[in-house]
Design a binder for this molecule. Sequence first.
Ligand code: ADP
Ligand code: MG
Length: 210
Amino acid sequence: MIDSARLKTVFRTIASAMDTHRDRLCALDGVIGDADHGIAMTLGYSAARDAVDALDDTCDPTALLNTAAKSFLNAVGASSGPLYATAFMRAAACVKGKPVVEDADFVAMLQAMAQGMVDRGKAAVGEKTMIDAWLPASNAARTSWDETANLCESLSAAVRAANAGMEATASMVATKGRSARLGERSLGHVDPGAASAVVAIEAMREALCC
Ligand code: ADP
Ligand code: MG
């Protein structure tokens, strides 16, 4: 059972992890993009953390996640801003009317987030974006949940799938986003958005399972 106080901890943990990985994410983006991805993710998650921390612990998860969406969007000018804002809004809709997030809801939220990113960015798996980590990760969480009904097992499965998806982006040619203009020259490099997806999902597991 994940109440709003624990959701705040999730945002705190992700913001701290993004800060740790900021320079690495900027460096990855420097190779095939404009070198700002670590800054975008740090700004976005710090803003979301601060905004949700200001809410009362008794607020419902939908209000908390919508607040995260709005603050993330306002803080980030890069294309990852609307993608994550949409993801958080879909997560919010997923638990509408519920006083707390049950473990099963969290798995459903991951799937809703990934689908929100797909709907917003119109990227499919194989186009060298954050979708290549988020979609397999959320699907792996679902498969594991259906087998184990254990959130930590499910989040571990999600982390493994996100990592595999991220590594696979190195052998993809970018066809969406800023790096698409590089065409074949994007080959051989990991996508920064897929790398930050791994950071976010690992931090979720750390926040909820340690
Ligand atoms: P920008 O490209 O505007 O500088 P960021 O650097 O913050 O934005 O984010 C870049 C990442 O966004 C890429 O590595 C990729 O994973 C992701 N991305 C870009 N376009 C899309 C899209 N249409 N759908 C999903 N993800 C995308
Ligand atoms: Mg960038």
